[in-house]
Structure formats: C-alpha cells, structure tokens
Design a protein around this ligand. Sequence first.
Ligand code: ADE
Length: 242
Amino acid sequence: MHIDILTLFPPMVESFFTSSIMSRAVERKLVSYNIVNFRDFASDRHRTCDDVPYGGGAGMVLKPEPLYAALESIGAGDKRVIFPSPSGKLFTQSYAEELSREENLVFICGHYEGLDQRVIDTYVDDEISIGDYVLSSGESATTVIIDAIYRLLDGVINSESLADESFSSSLLEYPQYTRPERYCTKSVPDVLLSGHHERIATWRVFRKLEKTMLSRPEVLAQASLDLEERRRLIDLINEIKG
Ligand code: ADE
C-alpha cells in the first residue's frame, strides 16, 4: 500500500512512519509513504495556506490553491482521498478493513477551522471522524486511521493475533496475563495455568462477553454471536441473576 499525506507539519507524521511496527512494514516494503508539505505549493511571497472565511465567523480556512496543486502533483484524481474531520462518517474496524484493500490512500490534514469546500467536492472520497470530539490537528486523526489500516495488511502482524483481538469477532478482547504467576497480592486466574485448552477457551469467551456487557453494552446488542458465545451469554446472565 502507498500512502500520501498532505500536511503543514511533516514532523507530526514522520515519527509515526519511522517507529515501531510501521517502520518494519516500511523496511519490508509492505507500506510506502510520501509526506507532502502543501505549503511548498503556495505561490505567494508569504506561502499563505489559510484565509478568513467568506461570510464571516471565527477561525481560518485552508485555501484551495496550494491543496489543488499538491493533490495534482501526486495524481490524487486516481487515488482514494481521505479528509479526517469531526464532521465525517464514524471510523470503525470494518471501515479500516475496507480501506486496507486499497492500493493507494491520500490523507489531507487540516489544522484550522476548516477546508475550502471546493477541495472536498473535487477530490475527497471519504470524510472520516475518529470519534465525537474535536482535535486540534488532523495529523493525529490521520495517524490513528492509518494505524488501524496498515496493521491489517498481509505480513504486518501475524494473522492469529488479528483474529483474537477486540472487534474482530464483534466482542471486546478477554483479559491477558503473563509472568509472574503472583504479583502484588494478585494471582493469575487458575484456569490459565491449568493447561486445559477447552476450559481456557470457555473462560475467554465468558470474559469477552462480560467485558463487552460492562464496557460497551451497545456493541453486545449488535454482536453476531456464534453458538458457543450464545451459550456462554446465557450462563453469564444466569450467573448475574444468581
Ligand atoms: N480533526 C479534528 N477532530 C477530528 C475528529 N474527531 N476526527 C477526525 N478528524 C478530526
């Protein structure tokens, strides 16, 4: 997958591509990226990228000319262009899965009050919100979205870990423990030390249901549960009822 990021603050996204799992994905050529400072495409003496909104109002708006030029320079017309914005469609795991099937993605990072609507109308395919709150920079939303996408690409993370994690089965993840067996008066649940794979699997389903029910009841209401999960849900409800 190739990712272009248009930003006025390249260092905010550079570190994401040069650290941790992403840097390995880049080294192994599973991901390539191109960070474009669209200020380089502003043509006036002061390299202006924003201006006051027509019709009045607070804040500034990103001007169309530098962005049109930057987008043309990377051939954005043939690529899926994403504008992270609090007014966009809500980002979810299934949205990440859909985007992970693209060969090319382009992100436009906003920083001010908004982006001239003509840029959105001409180039943007997806306006995406990462949640119902407002961030001061599109760069952080962009790296959140990229993070959820690239880790789904073949070879980035082993497929067993992906299958096990929250949302992949529409439930939240079960709790995990590692050595030592006892720490600060707290012990690892006995079942995990038992070596009994079936009992461990049942315990994990139980804990997933419990966690989802307590933390995200609306996720549980929409989950498509398999037979084992439905059985454990009934057990859990009976246990709660006492
Ligand atoms: N930019 C500012 N806030 C945002 C949000 N919640 N989601 C995506 N982009 C944003």
